[in-house]
Design a protein around this ligand. Structure first.
Ligand code: HEM
Ligand code: HEM
Length: 188
């Protein structure tokens, strides 16, 4: 058993940052699983494109939430990483986060939006209202944009998988409070 020291205030993300992180993480993971099920279990689970509809309905919310998240991120400092991490590891962690923002939370949803646009297919955000097309109907670009979305989706699957494994390593092996900085505060 290890005695856990309470984290100083500058070791916690703000409550809003935590809400944004966990709600977007849940939506992201759900969209990823739905995307895979929609494509690889098309005949059994997706005969009438119901899963494709919900994949797009859920994933498209990220396009709105990322605007709020970036605005919050730029106006609120993030907790410092533990001193036990070398300067090099801290730099790597910050670059990894930037990559998650840029590719998993921005480029990937935009590539899906572009794919549906060139195919002239609707995107119903949460099944509620439709998103305007970002590109004109463009059959010649279909294969390229589809390839881009699929490649980004698999690259990001690996990236997010790595992010989760690193977070668990911080918690179970390093026991350095990095995971706690993103969890609800414990009441003492
Ligand atoms: C506006 C947002 C998005 C739109 C419009 C969109 C659109 C699509 C479409 C039309 C498909 C093909 C489904 C089918 O053929 O039945 C697809 C596949 C997929 N999408 Fe998205 N997507 C979006 C965002 C995302 C996000 C955020 C993720 C990751 C969390 C993601 C991951 C995937 C995956 C893993 C596949 C299956 C790829 C494969 O063929 O191997 N998509 N997407
Ligand atoms: C079970 C799933 C997840 C766990 C346990 C987890 C854990 C964490 C933790 C502990 C941090 C802050 C500590 C740090 O690494 O410095 C963090 C930050 C972050 N996570 Fe996750 N995460 C998960 C899923 C996701 C997903 C699905 C995404 C997006 C696709 C994501 C994107 C981010 C980003 C962009 C940051 C940086 C926040 C910032 O500093 O502004 N996470 N995550």
């Amino acid at each position: 058993m290890s005695a856990q020291l309470p984290l100083a205030d500058n070791r916690h993300y703000t409550a809003t940052a935590k809400w944004l992180h966990w709600s977007m993480a849940a939506l992201w993971l759900a969209a990823w699983v739905l995307g895979v099920l929609a494509v690889y279990w098309r005949d059994t689970l997706n005969p009438h494109h119901g899963l494709t509809f919900w994949h797009k309905a859920i994933a498209s919310t990220l396009l709105f939430l990322i605007v709020i998240r970036l605005a919050w991120r730029w106006t609120h400092p993030v907790p410092s990483l533990p001193d036990t991490m070398s300067a090099q590891m801290q730099l790597l962690a910050h670059r990894g986060h930037r990559l998650l923002y840029a590719v998993a939370l921005i480029a990937l949803p935009i590539s899906g939006w572009a794919w549906s646009s060139v195919a002239d297919k609707p995107i119903m955000v949460l099944g509620w209202f439709s998103l305007p097309h970002i590109l004109p109907t463009w059959p010649e670009a279909y294969d390229t944009v589809k390839w881009l979305h699929i490649s980004l989706a698999w690259f990001c699957g690996a990236l997010v998988g790595g992010h989760i494994l690193v977070a668990l390593k911080h918690h179970w092996r390093d026991r350095d409070g990095v995971l706690e900085s993103m969890l609800p505060r414990r009441r003492h």
